[in-house]
Write a protein that binds this ligand. Structure first.
Ligand SMILES: Nc1nc2c(ncn2[C@@H]2O[C@H](COP(=O)(O)OP(=O)(O)OP(=O)(O)O)[C@@H](O)[C@H]2O)c(=O)[nH]1
Ligand SMILES: [Mg+2]
Length: 252
């Protein structure tokens, strides 16, 4: 008598697509969760993981950029009305609830309607933050390429220069690239590269979903340099589409 082979009791799982640098970076950024909001520097908790600060003129798109990178609609407060972010807001990142980095959304500067005293106070808070924040490891400066780097952006670059020379990582993100045509974008990119003194510059657009992958991967590499160095350079790059992130409202 012959016995029939036993039928498999479970259906085979569909193969999970291989992790790529792009999917690893976007998965990591998606873990972002609100940590704290501080009106003054001394309210910020001391943290021993790398902090990446998003800085730039008011309305340049810092909060929107954080929401797009983290694929969360309203993690950071974004608004058409300049001056929406008034505190330093921290968001923790890390898989399995283990924080390995922090994103900081800073209030923008240069908004004309802010009373002079408040402007001066904020510029002092900002300068102190940039100079004294111990775990600050990287800065993302957002700039509307239609305006270019402002006088206040230049002051910020001067303030951080000593720390950049000591290893602080630095990226200029030209936001709202959807407002420029191809040749204007290329011109803005090359001018800003010259001004950035060799620093990295990337074009970004929330509604066109431009630059998201490049910025995400750079942030991930900044925080995980050893893993990034070992990663297979042959891994294909792919844009991870995320329906939720795609619906982040942008208007300006
Ligand atoms: N067209 C376009 N609009 C954008 C883009 N990014 C942001 N915006 C819009 O720009 C406005 C300001 O965006 P926010 O993200 O609040 O800017 P912010 O730099 O955080 O502003 P403050 O907190 O005031 O400093 C909002 O109306 C956004 O929808 C973009 O890539 N393209
Ligand atoms: Mg903001």
């Amino acid at each position: 008598m012959t016995t029939k082979p036993a039928r498999p009791t479970t259906t085979p799982k569909p193969a999970t697509p291989p992790a790529t640098p792009s999917s690893i970076a976007s998965g990591w950024l998606h873990t972002a969760r609100f940590m704290t909001s501080a009106p003054e520097l001394h309210f910020l908790p001391e943290i021993d993981v790398p902090e990446i600060a998003f800085v730039g003129s008011s309305n340049s798109g810092k909060s929107t950029c954080i929401n797009i990178l983290t694929q969360q609609k309203q993690l950071a407060f974004a608004s058409r009305k300049p001056g929406r972010t008034q505190h330093i807001n921290l968001f923790s990142l890390g898989k399995q609830g283990v924080t390995d980095a922090v994103l900081a959304d800073l209030p923008g500067y240069g908004y004309a309607a802010v009373p002079r005293q408040d402007k001066i106070r904020w510029q002092q808070v900002m300068a102190n933050y940039l100079v004294t924040r111990k775990n600050l490891s990287a800065i993302v400066l957002l700039c509307d390429p239609r305006r270019g780097l402002t006088d206040l952006d230049d002051i910020l670059l001067d303030v951080i220069r000593p720390r950049v020379e000591l290893g602080l990582k630095f990226l200029i993100v030209l936001t709202k690239a959807d407002k420029l045509n191809r040749s204007e974008s290329e011109k803005a990119l090359s001018i800003t590269k010259l001004q950035a003194g060799g620093g990295q510059v990337m074009l970004f657009s929330a509604p066109k979903r431009k630059g998201i992958d490049e910025v995400s991967q750079l942030l991930w590499q900044w925080v995980h340099p050893a893993v990034a160095a070992n990663a297979t350079s042959a891994a294909p790059l792919e844009v991870v589409a995320d329906a939720e992130a795609g619906s982040v409202p942008v208007s300006d």
